[in-house]
Structures are given as C-alpha cells and as structure tokens.
Design a protein around this ligand. Structure first.
Ligand SMILES: [Zn+2]
Ligand SMILES: [Zn+2]
Length: 430
C-alpha cells in the first residue's frame, strides 16, 4: 500500500507575474463528480432513512429493512445482490469498469428495544423499538455509496462489496447472528476484499466532521459469569456454614484490584458486574451467589491475559474462604482495531475531504462493535461520524430515547465514503 493521494501540484508562475494556483488532479476531478451525484441523491437518501427510522426492527428480525435495501440495490443495478445471509443480511457486489482490487463497505441494520421520545414526523411507528444507535444512518450511507458508485461505474478500477449486516447489537438468546455469522456464511469470500471500511454515528462530534483513530478504536467485549457455592446455615450461626454473600463481597473487591495491581495501568481494563443474586431470606446464610458482568479491553494481549487473572482471583478468594466456585468467560467482540497502514494510506484523502478543521479528536470507546470480526480477517478501517447539532437540539448520545442525528451527515459521509473507496481502489497494490 502506498500513500493514496497525489500531491497538490503547485504551479508558481511567478516568472510570468501570476499568483501561484493549484492544479486540479484526478482526486479533485472525482470529488467534483461525486459531489454532484450525491447532491442530487440527498433528498431521496433522507427519505430512505426516514422510512427505516419509522419502521425499526430488532436484531435478526430486520426482514422489512432487508427487503427495502435489496429492492433499492436491484434498482440501482448492482451486479450481484445476495439476500438471506445470516438471517436477514445482504451482500451485494458492484464491478467497476476497470480492473483492480476489491474493497468492502459494511453497514449494520438493526435497532434497539427503546421507546423513542423525540417528536418528529419520522419517529418510530414500532412501539418500544427505535433506531437509537444510528444504524438507519449507516445503512442509508451504504445505499448512497452504492448508488453514487453505480452512476460512475465505468471509472471504478476494481470491485466494491456492500455488506448489510443484521444483529450488530447481538443476536437474541440461542440464535447465531451478526458479523461472525455473516463471515461464516461467506460475506468475505468470492471475492475476498483486500480491505473493509465502516463507520458509526458519534454525538461527541458535530455533523459534517469525522474522527479516525489509528490502532484501537473500540474495546473488546467478553461476558463473565461467576457462581459461588458456600454452605447454608442458620443466620445466627454463621460458623456452621460458608456465607456465599460475604465471599462474593470479597470476590468483587479483589476483582477490581486486577486493574490496579495486575495489569499495565496504561491499558484499559473494565470489569463490571452488572447483577448479583443470592440468598433466600434474612435469617439464612446464603448457599449460592451468582454474578454476571462484562469485561472490556483495548488491547488483545491484555484481553488474552484477562481470563486467567480473573479465574485466579475468584478461585483464590473462594478457596481461602472455604467456598467453591465456577467462572465462565464467554468471548464476545474483539477489539475494533484500525490497521495503522490502512489509516496512513487513507489519511491523505480524508484530510483533503474534511480538512484539519473537519476532524474531531476522540478517545477510544470502551463500547464494542462487531466490525472488529471482519478486521480480524482483513485490514479494516472504522471511523466515527459527527451527527450533533446543538442549534437543532440534537446532542443526545446513542442508546438513549431522544437520540437523533443532523441529517446533513448523510450526504457528507456518502460523499466521503464513496471517495475513500475509489481512492483505495486506485492506490492499493497487492
Ligand atoms: Zn448500539
Ligand atoms: Zn451501533
């Protein structure tokens, strides 16, 4: 991979007494064409987003959404549109008019079990379900990019794959789903993309701006379940039993010491126990306590160490206090890791599109994203798109009932993503 943008060519015609000017290059020409196409598409894209927003669907239940996307992709005239992948997923292919590599764009489609409270004409018509994570926006941008690139197909040197993925928020209990299942069912095969791009709405940034981190961008997420078994006794005679509640209290405190004393303090390590259940009544020593939680890391090495550290800590405390225990760690999403080489190759184009003023700074998120599963197989780049607009009172964070976006972000990022994909195809060498 090499730097992806030809340098501005400054022609200082000083010897003729002219003010130096900037010669347009291939990137500028494409930018002009893409901008014109996106400008025309913007009203229909906003309409498309409103429709998705009004009829949000939960993870692995995105049938209407999937149907709308497939209809649109067929109308746009993509070369292949495969539906029904990992339940409601779609993989579509656009073959450019010139030979070249393959690049993928992924958008997620699912909504959340939240009752929308903001009042706008396109508010959710499905009670208790809402696009509170902006996946309607990601999908709309995916459609926008597909439509834009299809209109300038002859100029595209390579293949673009569009992955519309269900269940990013997690499949319902007992079901497979999300990025892992899409990969299992061939989303990255025939053709295998050389790189994958994705984006996510971010209320910390104003609409029109973006943020890109090199290396870790979002945390891993693994589940944790601890069961402590003690011995029941009369509440007045604790010495006759093993109090699972007191043991649990010590386990909770000891677990928090992993972050402060066992792992590199410069590395993130979130360990949250979200529930604790145990005991039967006031005067009985509890025999059993069950706790479930979540572990978040920004470094796959620390993530690999975490299970042993947790087991050692829980088992050590339980053994010391006479109890027994089980510790289950359920691997979830890996760290969303932006391949630094890909970031370096993309940055010049991003800077030309957004300028330094158009990029906001952000720290890596401790939230997780299953885009990371694609990045484990091929280099991937995932950036955050600003969506806030305080003047329009659009400032709420994702996963809250009054979340919304300033819809100017749709055209801005359709344009940006279209250009980035073309730039990648033009400049990537195997
Ligand atoms: Zn979410
Ligand atoms: Zn999301």
């Amino acid at each position: 991979m090499r730097s992806s943008v030809k340098m501005f060519c400054l022609v200082g015609a000083f010897f003729l007494g002219f003010v130096p000017f900037v010669l347009a290059d291939e990137f500028d020409d494409t930018r002009k064409i893409v901008s014109e196409v996106v400008k025309k598409l913007e009203p229909s894209l906003i309409e498309f987003r409103h429709d998705l927003h009004m009829f949000p669907e939960l993870s692995n239940r995105e049938s209407r959404t999937s149907q709308k996307i497939a209809e649109k992709l067929l109308k746009i005239g993509l070369d292949e549109v495969k539906t029904g992948i990992a339940s409601t997923g779609i993989v579509a292919v656009l073959k450019g008019g010139k030979p070249g590599p393959t690049v993928a764009f992924r958008a997620d489609m699912d909504a959340l079990p939240i009752q929308e409270t903001r009042d706008m004409p396109y508010k959710s018509q499905n009670p208790g379900v809402m696009h509170a994570c902006g996946h309607d926006v990601h999908t709309t941008i995916g459609i926008g990019v597909a439509e834009t690139l299809a209109q300038i197909k002859d100029q595209i040197p390579g293949t673009v794959k569009f992955i519309f993925q269900p269940a990013e928020e997690g499949a319902p209990d007992g079901e497979a789903g999300g990025a892992g299942e899409m990969i299992k069912q061939g989303a990255l095969d025939n053709p295998r993309p050389d790189a994958i791009f994705g984006l996510h709405v971010e209320s910390e940034g104003t609409a029109g701006k973006i943020s890109l981190l090199s290396g870790p961008a979002m945390a891993s997420e693994d589940g944790l379940k601890i069961v402590i078994i003690g011995k029941s006794a009369h509440g007045a005679k604790p010495h006759n039993g093993i109090d699972a509640i007191v043991v649990a209290a010590n386990v909770i405190n000891a677990l928090q010491m992993i972050r402060s004393r066992r792992t590199d303090p410069r590395e993130a390590f979130v360990l949250t126990l979200g529930t604790i259940h145990g005991g039967a009544r006031a005067n009985i020593i509890a025999e059993r306590v069950e706790m479930v939680g979540t572990i978040r890391n920004l470094n796959e090495n620390i993530r690999r160490e975490a299970p042993d550290l947790i087991r050692q800590t829980v088992e050590g405390v339980c053994t010391g206090l006479g109890a027994t225990c089980t510790v289950e760690i359920d691997p979830g999403y890996p760290v969303t890791y932006n391949n630094p080489e890909l970031v370096d190759a993309t940055m010049p184009a991003l800077k030309r599109i957004f300028g330094t003023q158009g990029m906001f700074r952000i720290l890596p998120h401790t939230g997780a994203e299953d885009f990371s599963k694609y990045q484990q197989i091929i280099p991937g780049l995932f950036f955050f798109i600003g969506i806030a607009n305080p003047e329009k009172k659009i400032t709420s964070a994702i996963h809250t009932p009054d979340f919304d976006v300033d819809e100017s972000c749709i055209a801005v990022n359709t344009r940006a993503m279209s250009l980035l994909l073309i730039d990648y195809l033009r400049n990537h060498k195997n």
